[in-house]
Ligand binder design. Structure first.
Ligand code: AMP
Ligand code: ZN
Length: 460
């Protein structure tokens, strides 16, 4: 079956075919100066779904994701302090401690969401040598020049800039609040390599003195090192389109004469009250916030699947709580099929499977795929064949469909004792007592279901 993906570069859906046997992907990872919020994780849930859909289609992957532990300044326009260095000062730690602390928590949340890890996770500070070489090549090729502040990219040397968006460079400059740097040849020229002031904590020896990297160069240097000059797919959030990814493309054109990736895929924002969820706006929630409210982190995945990745998604607690309940219902529904003996034909199974595949291969249309999943769960025929199909779907969803539903795990001891007493009464064929105990349990908020493999309980 054809796999179609939306390419920001061509502004349309295109049939995906890889350059070689292995699909090579690069994803822009987190800047580890603070806790990643669930808005950030929307981008990684999207990345996870992409990985899983490609694997479902039989592809082997080589996927690199960076960890930005230096060089991301407060403003994308090369202004302000380095975010990691600023956090280090504030928390009275060294920048490497800050980066390690938040990277570890980020990866723990990654696992809590059951996100399939990229084959390569690479840190900017481990690739200073590669970045210096990359910048040197750009300068050698005539695309870079030195000023008193650093090495800048000369955008006027490019055939076209920007290529990913149709924003007007002149309009952007007129509206920008950034002070004009008179040494720059063009106002949109951006920093590749920045000369470090005396007080700057993170800096490295280079042909241009003690410096630190601009934000965009790490992704060009690392994608080139691990995936080569041209690879298949580059992912990120839509906020990367106008500056970060545009400048990655410029850098690669300057060094290698080409756009580095064939497909550029971007995930839209998670919003709160209609505005972007972001650290700088202070309206963030983390995976930890959700867990404290008794929400299974995986329910956040289901919440993300309620909207196509290219549309905005507004976060509400009602929404995530509904997703949490849905997760339990899906897992219960799966169990009902696992225990079922009804007949279902192979044709019926194939028909459902092909509709699911059509949805995921239509630019990862998860709302539509979830429609098929719910239909399958609700199928009146209960059959192990359907349970097996659901497990196949779970290769894409990654929601641990076969995990015990929350409700079964979380029963108070008092109720469990009553259930045991009732089971004994049933064994003794004391139906009167058994019925009485069932009513008591019901009054306490639980419904007893006598299934083939034992007694089950549900919240009323
Ligand atoms: P950062 O750690 O700020 O570099 O961001 C990491 C990733 O999260 C990037 O791919 C961003 O595009 C993405 N991102 C940041 N905020 C949001 C949001 N509110 N919704 C979706 N993605 C976001
Ligand atoms: Zn990047």
């Amino acid at each position: 079956m054809k796999l179609n993906l939306y390419n920001t570069l061509s502004r349309k859906k295109e049939e995906f075919t890889p350059i070689n046997d292995t699909v090579r992907i690069y994803s822009c990872g987190p800047t580890v100066y603070s806790f990643a919020h669930i808005g950030n994780f929307r981008a990684y849930v999207f990345m996870d779904t992409l990985r899983r859909v490609l694997k479902y289609n039989g592809y082997t992957l080589k996927h690199a994701m960076n960890i930005t532990d230096v060089g991301h300044l407060e403003s994308d326009a090369d202004e302000g302090e380095d975010k990691i260095a600023k956090a280090a000062k504030k928390e009275n730690k060294n920048p490497y401690e800050i980066a390690k602390y938040y990277t570890d928590i980020f990866l723990m949340d990654f696992d809590r969401l059951n996100i399939d890890r990229p084959e390569i996770i690479c840190k900017a500070t481990d690739h200073i040598k590669e970045m210096i070489e990359y910048v040197s090549d750009i300068v050698k090729n005539g695309y870079g020049y030195e000023t008193s502040r650093g090495i800048y990219f000369d955008i006027s040397k490019l055939d076209k800039y920007p290529v990913l968006s149709d924003r007007k460079v002149d309009e952007q400059i007129a509206g920008a609040r950034v002070e004009i740097d008179k040494e720059k040849r063009n106002p949109e020229d951006f920093a590749l390599w920045i000369k470090a002031p005396e007080s700057h904590i993170m800096k490295w020896e280079s042909p241009w003195g003690l410096c630190y990297p601009g934000w965009h160069i790490e992704c060009s240097a690392m994608s080139n090192k691990y995936l080569g000059e041209e690879f298949d797919i580059h992912t990120g959030g839509i906020d990367h389109i106008p500056t970060h990814h545009e400048n990655e493309i410029a850098q690669c054109k300057g060094r290698c004469g080409r756009i580095p990736a064939r497909f550029w895929m971007h995930c839209n924002f998670l919003t709160v009250d209609g505005g972007k969820m972001s650290k700088s706006l202070g309206n963030i929630y983390t995976i930890n916030t959700l867990m404290k409210r008794g929400i299974d982190p995986i329910a956040y995945k289901l919440f993300c699947f309620s909207s196509h990745y290219r549309n905005q998604l507004n976060f509400t607690f009602e929404g995530i709580e509904a997703a949490n309940k849905s997760l339990t219902r899906l897992r219960e529904g799966f169990r009902n099929h696992l225990d079922g003996n009804d007949e279902i034909s192979d044709e019926e199974i194939l028909e459902i499977k092909s509709r699911f595949e059509e949805a995921i291969n239509d630019d990862l249309n998860m709302p539509s795929a979830m429609g098929v999943v719910w239909e399958t769960i609700r199928c009146p025929k209960k059959s192990r064949k359907i349970a097996e199909l659901l497990l196949k779907f779970d290769e894409v969803l990654g929601i641990k469909m076969d995990e015990k539903p929350e409700k079964e795990v979380d029963i108070p001891e008092e109720i469990m004792k009553l259930v045991e007493e009732r089971n004994q009464a049933r064994k003794d064929k004391n139906w009167e007592l058994s019925d009485k105990l069932r009513d008591i349990i019901k009054e306490k908020g639980y419904t007893v279901i006598d299934a083939k493999d034992g007694t089950k309980l549900e919240h009323n």
